[in-house]
Design a protein around this ligand. Structure first.
Ligand SMILES: *Cc1c(COP(=O)(O)O)cnc(C)c1O
Length: 407
């Protein structure tokens, strides 16, 4: 047995690298959309581990899959394959445009694989001139050096020395700015169909359609980063299904594992053929434990019951936030799709999203922000109605407090 150490939040600041600044309480237990901290304080969870806990905390289907697989086989490496990985890949390809799957452990790794595959494909099919990768300002694709450079926030990519080259950024939802830089040298366009970290900004339908057309015109691959929008979050298994646009490569993670680390890159037979044996890999990717859990998540999420429920819950969130806003006048709009929603602060509260997050925690509610001006909600896709109602009561108290402080 490991030696008992009594843990406090202040210990974090002693033993952890200071790249995070977590809340001042430490959760120790979760069930559904409720979480309890060390002091036994209870929270309603509208954050869902940043769009990860799509079935809430400790869903029985996931606990069963984990314990069952945990007693059979945890890890093999990719020198061998395993049944859960093949089953999950089969289900993912049956449910999407894709024919092939590559498993990783995170969103960044799924995107990294997508970018490396796009470069390989371009080199082998078109030649060395075709290297340019285009992405969008305020986009977010992860924290490896390639993905963070493709992401459109210099604050995250600067300060680490020379960056990978051949990457350009243009304006999201502005087709002309993309068109202006595209050419036969464009290898791929990487885009979130709805920007998550960048402020919960949906890609307009015409824009996404135009991006697809420009890619076709210039023989470039279209990569959808659905790490945040995917796996039921927007009310379909993937958001591309509602966009009227099919990507060539899709990255999935976050809700894919429901809380167990896993990522996946999905693509077609033709493109996948360029990742020949030895070209890319991961020790843990496709690990039986992760794939068994993900399969269990998918069996629950990819059903009309859950996906239609997302749309119903979206409306409850929108109605509740707008009702609160009638009283306090802090938001300009609630935007987003499904259960990836952002309440944008009005001018009076510009830059103060974190105040709302902190006040919410004080009142027993976990929410997220997306930049300094947006309060973000990414709850469990099956959050009970009663928890939405209770969470919104707490949110109202938090808002009343912030409004009073700023009066
Ligand atoms: C969270 C996120 C990532 C990064 O995923 P990690 O698992 O943290 O590596 C990439 N793209 C988008 C759109 C995300 O929201």
């Amino acid at each position: 047995m490991s030696q008992a150490i009594s843990v406090t939040r202040s210990m974090f600041d002693e033993v952890m690298v200071p790249n995070y600044n977590p809340a001042n309480f430490i959760p120790v237990k979760g069930e559904g959309s409720r979480v309890w901290d060390q002091e036994g304080r209870e929270y309603v969870d509208f954050a869902g581990g940043i769009a990860v806990n799509c079935l809430g905390h400790c869903h029985p289907a996931m606990v069963n899959a984990l314990t069952e697989q945990g007693q059979k086989l945890w890890h093999l490496s990719n020198v061998l394959t395993n049944e859960p990985a093949i089953r999950l890949a089969k289900k993912l390809t049956d449910a999407t445009f894709a024919d092939r799957v590559y498993f990783a452990n995170s969103g960044a790794e799924a995107n990294e694989a997508a970018l490396k595959l796009a470069r390989r494909w371009a080199l082998e099919v078109h030649g060395e001139h075709k290297q340019q990768i285009i992405a969008f300002h305020k986009g977010f694709h992860g924290r490896t050096f390639f993905t963070v450079t493709v992401g459109g926030q210099a604050a995250y990519s600067d300060g680490f020395g020379p960056k990978p080259g051949g990457i350009e950024h243009v304006e999201f939802n502005d087709l002309a700015s993309l068109k202006a830089v595209m050419s036969e040298a464009t290898c791929a366009v990487m885009i979130e169909p709805m920007q998550g970290e960048g402020g919960v900004v949906p890609g307009e339908k015409d824009f996404l359609k135009g991006v697809r057309e420009l890619c076709d015109e210039h023989n470039a691959l279209l990569i959808f980063d659905e790490v945040q929008t995917g796996f039921g979050r927007t009310g379909t298994l993937y958001a591309y299904e509602q966009s009227g646009v099919t990507p060539d490569i899709l990255a999935s993670a976050k809700a894919l594992g429901g809380g167990f680390p896993i990522g996946a890159m999905l693509t077609t037979n033709e493109i996948a053929a360029h990742l020949k044996p030895g070209t890319h890999g991961s020790t843990y990717g496709g690990n039986p434990l992760a794939c068994a859990v993900s399969e269990a998540v998918m069996d629950v999420v990819n059903t009309p019951e859950v996906l239609d429920g997302v749309k119903r819950r979206e409306q409850m969130f929108r109605d509740a936030v707008m009702a609160i806003n009638e009283k306090y006048d802090v938001f300009t709009e609630v935007r987003g799709q499904g259960l990836l929603l952002g309440a944008a602060l009005n001018e009076k509260y510009a830059g103060k999203a974190r105040d709302f997050l902190l006040a919410s925690a004080e009142h027993g509610l976990m929410v997220l922000i997306a930049g300094a001006n947006v309060v973000r909600f990414t709850p469990s896709l099956i959050i009970p109605e009663a928890d939405i109602a209770e969470g919104m009561q707490r949110f109202e108290k938090a808002i009343a407090q912030v409004v009073e402080q700023h009066a």
